[in-house]
Ligand binder design. Structure first.
Ligand code: NAD
Length: 245
């Protein structure tokens, strides 16, 4: 592991463009469970509540669960050392961007500035009729479903539901980063979600070295990973941070 960490630190220091591609695993140590696996959210909830077609016809029912999952349970989650090390790497000019599948806002809260949120952000809500965006802190979640002040239409969390497209700018910026990357650091992602998983695959095709941080093997590991740093995100990134800063 030590040799792999040293090799990774060297590659990152020498790279002209490095980005991190993060998934639910980086926020597990902040107390937010992943969707899949033994303790995954989909063992407890029906993913249908995040299906756009179902939501449009059953918004009050869906909002009961959406409030519980995203605005009760995880509202107080704080960034962990893994988010903080990535932010420090950016400040030290060792990381150019974070492409995240997460919707929890924790990269921004940790201090990262160039963050491409591939699946949107739960801390904002949007009116599907007039497009007005609301800060979740201004919403009274006692009264659900929350409604737009302009047209009384139901608000939807501003992350993508099943059946929705990827936000245009995040998509374009993520693939542009992948095309020019010399190093891509994948943290805590199974690689099962498309089109997000095409981002590190594109980086690999464009010649980047892929460093993967995950306690488990994933779809990426045998397909594109060059260096697998096997372990939890906070442990591995703390060790990497000591070699980098
Ligand atoms: P996933 O749920 O499919 O897989 C999580 C991965 O994290 C697994 O490979 C697991 O081995 C790994 N992992 C678990 N604990 C870890 C740790 N401490 N350190 C490092 N890795 C760890 O995650 P995914 O690939 O991101 O796909 C799930 C989808 O669900 C994404 O599209 C994402 O938008 C969404 N999601 C987001 C959040 C969030 O915002 N925090 C939470 C759950 C799901």
């Amino acid at each position: 592991m030590n040799t792999l960490l040293k090799e990774s630190a060297k590659l990152i220091k020498e790279s002209n463009f490095t980005f991190a591609f993060t998934g639910a695993g980086i926020s597990v140590e902040s107390g937010i469970p992943p969707f899949r696996g033994e303790h995954g959210l989909w063992n407890k909830y029906n993913p249908q509540v995040l299906d756009l077609g179902y939501f449009l016809n059953n918004s009050a029912h869906c909002w009961t669960y959406i409030r519980e999952i995203f605005y009760d349970f995880f509202a107080d989650a704080k960034p962990n050392d893994a988010h903080r090390i990535l932010a420090q790497m950016e400040r030290n000019k060792l990381l150019n961007a974070v492409v995240t599948q997460n919707i929890d806002n924790l990269h921004y809260e940790a201090g990262s500035e160039t963050v491409y949120e591939f699946h949107g952000n739960s801390k904002k809500l949007k009116c599907l009729k007039c497009g007005q965006v609301y800060d979740a802190r201004d919403i009274d979640f006692e009264n659900i479903p929350p409604k737009c002040v302009n047209d009384k239409d139901v608000l939807k969390p501003d992350f993508i539901f099943f059946g929705e497209g990827i936000p245009h700018d995040a998509y374009a910026d993520s693939f542009a980063a992948a095309e020019k990357a010399e190093v891509c650091i994948i943290v805590g992602s199974t690689g099962e979600v498309t089109p997000a998983s095409y981002v590190p695959r594109t980086a690999k095709q464009a010649g980047a070295t892929i460093i993967e941080i995950n306690p488990e093997e994933t779809i990426f590991t045998s397909a594109i990973t060059d260096i697998h740093l096997k372990g939890k995100a906070t442990d591995v990134l703390n060790q990497l941070g000591e070699l980098l800063f």
